[in-house]
Design a protein around this ligand. Structure first.
Ligand SMILES: O=C(O)C(=O)CO
Length: 260
């Protein structure tokens, strides 16, 4: 059976992050955060929350050697932060994102062969770092049509290809079904394929359009939950969504969609 988590960056936004973590924990979910440098880690560590995932780098990009060096350096700092919180997964994107979610180093058009090779080499090194520290890096698919234009390796198919090619336990996919629905659709087949290859490190969810909780849009999340259960998926499913109303109700709707 899977475990449910909630991204604290998107719920209870009028409260300090520690209070959000506490409320999410009290509601029975694990907690996810994004850029840990914006938070007081000691205060977060003092909450009873169990952390599931956080951003695994501060700056950098997968597509060029200088950016890759920065990514690796800041990933090492992120491993230390994850140890402080007891957080098992460190999330990556094709390139660093600014506060609007836009790529710091955008790629127009398709990534070049050199970019793919640099990404493969960098991800292999990140996987090695993760394995020696006992954490897993996850590479998240994003959508370029609505939220993250110009991010390289954004499609679920791209993250699948890179994670499969690296083929190390220290690197897995963060299969974000909200982004995948906008980019590619065919969600249950995507899950079956990635799960069958043993590549899923975590699943994130929100509905389309609007990026709110399950039940507010076009994705049939109860059918997704049934497929995950039938497959025996026992990883994390995390709500990374804006509440359509109050945060507590959004979390309960998420729980209901994933409770069979
Ligand atoms: O948009 C997302 O899914 C992100 O992870 C942004 O940090």
């Amino acid at each position: 059976m899977y475990t449910l988590a909630v991204c604290a960056e998107m719920v209870y936004r009028d409260l300090p992050i520690e209070e959000r973590a506490r409320r999410i924990h009290e509601a029975g979910f694990q907690v996810e955060i994004w850029d840990w440098t914006r938070h007081d880690l000691s205060a977060l560590a003092q909450t009873p929350a169990e952390f599931s995932s956080m951003t695994g780098y501060i700056r950098g990009t997968l597509t060029d050697p200088d950016g890759a060096a920065e990514l690796l350096r800041t990933a090492e700092e992120s491993i230390k932060a994850a140890e402080h919180l007891g957080c098992p997964r460190l999330n990556l994107h094709g390139t660093g994102l600014d506060s609007e979610g836009l790529p710091v180093v955008p790629v127009t058009g398709e990534a070049t062969g050199d970019m793919w090779i640099t990404a493969h080499r960098t991800l292999t090194r990140l996987a090695e770092l993760g394995e020696s520290a006992g954490v897993t890096f996850t590479l998240e698919n994003l959508n370029t049509a609505v939220d993250h234009p110009g991010v390289p390796f954004a499609r679920a198919a791209d993250t699948y290809a890179l994670v499969a090619a690296v083929d190390r336990p220290g690197l897995r996919m963060n299969l974000d079904l909200y982004h995948a629905q906008i980019g590619e659709g065919n969600l249950i087949e995507l899950i079956r394929r990635a799960h069958g290859a043993g590549l899923i490190g975590e699943i994130q969810v929100a509905d389309v359009p609007g990026r709110c909780e399950p039940g507010t849009g076009e994705i049939n999340y109860p059918a997704v939950a049934r497929a995950l259960t039938d497959l025996g998926y026992d990883g994390t499913v995390a709500l990374e969504a804006w509440p359509s109303g109050d945060s507590h109700t959004a979390m309960e709707r998420f729980r209901a969609a994933f409770t069979l």
